[in-house]
Design a protein around this ligand. Structure first.
Ligand code: ZLM
Ligand code: CA
Ligand code: ZN
Length: 397
């Protein structure tokens, strides 16, 4: 009769439509959907597909995206192609396309791409709503900068906002946590006027030696949402600005202390965790010095609260390490430990081999692979935590 007992652990679902992989932002653009191919191949090579329910979600419809986004914006997004785009059209710039940095290029299949990653987040959210899963994963989502009528920072449609809106149909309070190295500004802005969503973002914040702020330039410790006492959203955002080079122990301590306090005070009935992998050491755009297991510690800690959890991707610009991290975090969700030596039969194994690619192992040392000096003193971090905990007092009323 022992064999008939429900096995320990969580029911985990993996929501992924492989068509998302085939989209290209342009040859030298840092966002590479191909990192999702690498992630999937690692997950399969370790046999993790046998420990989860797999879903191949359909693309989201125009109407589903219109729950958050403006119809005019969506209609532009659904029609624009590299052939018909008019980069000097004021509408084009107003919607966040082109511009000097070309963060958000128009590429072939753009509408298909946004519908696919958004469909996966909505499918994951519905699995949590109908209690088919305790943890639902979508590594193709997590595009936290998109606004209701503007594309921003590689993000065109905000799948996180859409998924949270879905969760709000049956949850009084949803907590959003964001460990991408960039500030989760789009999600924060979307729910600025409600007390039913609390947003918590950890990110690099500061100005570089050329005078440019680290993107998007918002998310200082004093930004806690609206200040008007009549606004229900007042005090329902918490931002943790971090300087270059933070290490594993510092980040784990910071994350644990602040996140615990938020969960205990806000008492959410569902949690959405954006696990951007650009906070790892050696990321092409990031500035932190985190190892894979320190990043994964955040997932472990949030999982331990046992609340319905939507786990989504986000940034991550060194594809081999994005794949390693999201494979490790998939294993954390199902409660599996993975062997450090990568399985022999992985397609694209060359991407993980050789000294500079992490030597064929799952957990290479990423600390200081880009040598960002650690500008976070213990003293500064203690002050930061103290201020963060003080900010939470607004929650009491
Ligand atoms: N200029 N190509 C993170 C989003 C980060 C914006 C605009 C002043 C890049 C980057 C694009 C190929 C997430 C900014 C004003 C002149 C920057 C950013 C195209 C390289 C390339 O080689 C590139 C030609 C491109 C973009 C680098 N952009 C690096 N950082 C950020 C956006 C998204 O991870 O949070 C979630 C997915 N943009 O800094 C300017 C502000 C400076
Ligand atoms: Ca963040
Ligand atoms: Zn990022």
């Amino acid at each position: 009769e022992y064999g008939l007992e429900k096995p320990q652990g969580y029911s985990v679902s993996f929501h992924y439509n492989p068509h998302v992989e085939y989209h290209h932002f342009g040859s030298s653009h840092p966002m590479k959907p191909w990192r999702l191919t690498l992630t999937k191949e690692l997950v399969l090579a370790y046999g993790l597909e046998y420990t989860m329910d797999l879903y191949e979600p359909r693309p989201a419809s125009f109407e589903e995206l219109a729950v958050f986004h403006d119809r005019e914006y969506l209609s532009f997004l659904s029609k624009v192609t590299p052939q018909n785009a008019k980069p000097d059209d004021p509408c084009y710039l107003a919607f966040g396309f082109g511009g000097e940095s070309n963060d958000c290029p128009v590429f072939d299949g753009l509408w298909n791409y946004v519908s696919l990653y958004s469909g996966a987040s909505l499918n994951a959210a519905s699995n949590l709503l109908n209690k088919q899963s305790d943890i639902a994963i979508n590594w193709s989502g997590g595009l936290h900068h998109a606004k209701k009528n503007v594309a921003s920072g590689f993000c065109y449609v905000n799948d996180i906002v859409l998924a949270i809106q879905a969760l709000l149909t049956q949850n009084q309070r949803v907590l959003y946590i964001d460990i991408d190295v960039h500030h989760g500004d789009g999600v924060e802005a979307a729910f600025a006027s409600t007390d039913r969503v609390f947003t918590l973002s950890y990110h690099k914040f500061g100005i570089d030696r050329h005078g440019y702020p680290f993107f998007p330039g918002t998310g200082n410790i004093n930004e806690m949402g609206p200040t008007d006492p009549a606004n229900r959203g007042k005090g329902h955002s918490l931002n943790i600005p971090i300087d270059d080079g933070i290490d594993d122990d510092q980040y784990k301590w910071l994350f644990k202390t602040v996140t615990n306090a938020v969960i205990e005070k806000y008492n959410p009935t569902a949690i959405v965790l954006q696990s951007g992998a650009d906070s790892l050491g050696g990321d092409r755009l990031g500035r932190f010095n985190l190892n894979i297991k320190a990043h994964g510690f955040c997932i472990e800690m949030v999982k331990s609260y046992g609340r319905p959890l939507l786990l989504i991707g986000g940034g991550g610009y060194t594809p081999r390490n994005v794949a390693r991290t999201w494979c490790h975090e998939t294993a954390v969700c199902v409660g599996a430990e993975l062997h450090d030596v990568l399985p022999a039969h992985i397609p694209y194994i060359q991407a993980f081999q050789g000294e500079e690619n992490g030597g064929g192992i799952l957990y290479p040392d990423l600390h200081n692979t880009k040598r960002h000096d650690n500008l976070n003193s213990g003293e500064k971090l203690h002050k930061l935590v103290q201020e963060a905990l003080e900010n939470l007092r607004y929650l009491e009323g």
